[in-house]
Every structure is written in C-alpha cells, then in structure tokens.
Design a protein around this ligand. Sequence first.
Ligand code: HEM
Length: 219
Amino acid sequence: MRVESRYRLVYKPLVFLACSAPFVLLVAGAFEVLGRDLGPDPVEYILHSTGKTALNLLLITLLVTPARQLGGWPHLVRLRRMLGVFSFFYAALHVLTYAVLDLGLDFATLGEDIVKRPYITVGFTALVILLALAATSTNGMMRRLGRRWQKLHRLVYVAAILGVWHFWWQVKADIREPLLYAAMLAVLLGYRVVRSRTARELARRFTEARTSAPPSESP
Ligand code: HEM
C-alpha cells in the first residue's frame, strides 16, 4: 500500500478513533452505560477531563514536528491538523461545560470571570487562539493566507504556554502535574529553538564558505 493510502485508510481513521475515545467515554459515563459513571461531581469530572484532553492533544500536536524530523517520518505531518482540531474541540467542550453546567448559562458571570480571574483570562486567550487556528486549518485558508498562514499558526506555541499556565494557576497545592506539563512543553519548545539556531548557523557557514572560496578556473 502506498504511504498516502496508508495514512488515508489506516492511520487517519485510527487517530480519529483515538481522539474521539475520551468524548465517547464521557458520553458513556453521562448515560451510565458501558459500566461507567462520572463520579460524585459530574460537572467537575467533565471540566477536568475535557481540559486535560485539550492540553494533551495540544502537546501531542507539538510533538509531531520533532517526531517526524528525528524519526524520519515526514508523512506524520498529515495527522497534525486532526490532532489540533480535536484539541480545539475538547477546549470548546471544556468552556461550554463551565458556561452551561457550572454557571447555568450566566454569561454576565462568565464575562466577569474572564476579566477578573486571571487563570480564566489566560484560558480564554488560549481558547481564542485555538479557535483562530482551527478556523484557518483548511487547505483553502492555507492557500488564501499564503505566508501569513505559517506566521498565524506559530501562535500554537502561545496557546500551549497559556494552556499550561492556566492549568498551573488553578492548582491549589500539589503542582507536580502542571510542573510535568511545563517540563514537557519546555522540551518541545527548546527543541525548536535549538533546531532553528543550528539551521541558521549552518546557513551562515555555508554562505561564508561560498563567498570566501576562490573563483573556479574556467576550462
Ligand atoms: C474561557 C476559557 C476557559 C475557561 C472558562 C476554563 C475554566 C476552567 C475551570 C473552571 C477549571 C477547573 C478549575 C478547578 O477545578 O478549580 C479548569 C481547569 C483546567 N483547564 Fe480550563 N478553562 C478555559 C480554557 C482552557 C483551555 C483552552 C485549556 C487547554 C488548552 C484548558 C485546560 C484546563 C486544564 C488542563 C485544567 C485542569 C484540569 C484538571 O485539574 O484535571 N482550559 N478550566
């Protein structure tokens, strides 16, 4: 099977199923089927599960580039869009859970929270970025925006930093988990910094070597 077909027929459907699984499990828990339930505080359970899944998928999205470069799997990039859009999907569910189930659609309180509670302000900013990235993730938007598309999509790093910050900020005592997320993000961002510095250095040396080389003799 050609690599394009393998991605289209096998890997993409598998990733779709894997990304849908947390949602299916939440629905199963909500309807108490498949032996699942959402525990004593279902709203908190959904809020935490969707927030964590959104952040996990965001970090997995950022893992695609190092994995394809270091593992020599260039086609892995074909899965990145789906991972990113699913991250937005769970982030949107997370905020809807807060707005509908926690605040009872009290948009005035939601607005107040966004303005007055710093960890919500940070989460809201991350959500707006994810929305912009999901809305411009189609091939048509990629073509229409041209070089600006890449610049816009660099905001994914900002969204990830804000997502981890939002997580860290709302933790009351035990910071081990957000610390682990921050460490993973630092590795993912650090990899990019080192890689782009190395590429720039190599380009500089290459230009220097070319300009200082004696002109080749004509035959
Ligand atoms: C308007 C936007 C957002 C609002 C109003 C919001 C609200 C909340 C609330 C109320 C909590 C629970 C706090 C607690 O239990 O005391 C929470 C936790 C969390 N949120 Fe958000 N959030 C937003 C955006 C986001 C985004 C965009 C992400 C991810 C990219 C995210 C990831 C998380 C995570 C990981 C947790 C912690 C879950 C856990 O403790 O297991 N949130 N958020």
